[in-house]
Write a protein that binds this ligand. Sequence first.
Ligand SMILES: NC(=O)CC[C@H](N)C(=O)O
Length: 313
Amino acid sequence: MDLTALIDDIVAAMARETERGTVASYIPELAKVDAGQFGVAIATADGRLLTGGDADTGFSIQSISKVFALTLALGKVGDQLWDRVGREPSGNAFNSIVQLEQEHGIPRNPFINAGAIVVADVNLGGHQPRVAIGEMLRFVRYLAGDDAIRINEEVAASETATGYRNMALANYMRAFNNVRHPVDLVLGSYFHQCAIEMNCRQLALAGRYLMLDGRHPEGGRVVSPSRARRINALMLTCGHYDASGDFAFRVGIPGKSGVGGGILAIVPGRAAIAVWSPGLNTSGNSALGTKALEMLARRTGWSVFSPPEVHQG
Ligand SMILES: NC(=O)CC[C@H](N)C(=O)O
């Protein structure tokens, strides 16, 4: 499989698309982004990095940060995390509150907002937000091998000023003692983690440990093999909220989306893929990003549901 030619085909096909979705506007700073952009990067298990389109343009990773935050939280508290957050798809929107009352303040999974706020609470660990934010940034830089990765303070401030739903979720869970630090500190940390800015190239590199059974490609281990597999399992079942089933059906590999329009997708043993296009579909997932991954999976044969020998890439 000639991945360079495939990337060229994908970039050309996405340029022709007229249904490009709608840029998120509930975080005012994100509404300023031009919906005409599309980028893709593929980091392969044999150490290549192939890119196309706007792969060097930075974007807000938003909920993709929940993958890295979960990895850190599991490193801190291990399986005890699962006393405070579930592992089931919610079947609801990413910012929904409805299940929390019936389910006693325990969010369905770490990738919906409520679950990610609990994870942020765990990662605070009694420290000030700047300590947790610094740790997260160092972790992502280490995964990507790139110290240029930064937090976009305007995006963080924009969400801090308007994140009423997240404030409601955090306060609600505080009432169940499932958020244990002051709500403003937890959300300060969460909003900054979401405001990490990366380009497709950096994001694909940061995702390599998940295709390598938890190994860092430069040596050493980020997580154990079983933990890497479990994070991938959660990405497949919960990474696209109430559209996770549709993503598994159409694309067939674990993926995590963010309202900045990025998606990180993992083909175990093969590739870590980042796509980005800011226009979202009605579930809040990148419209073109999903289409591009569908095309890539079809052309390469990459799927977690097929034996590796049929993969062409
Ligand atoms: N789906 C997302 O990317 C949501 C992240 C965003 N920061 C929020 O909490 O609303």
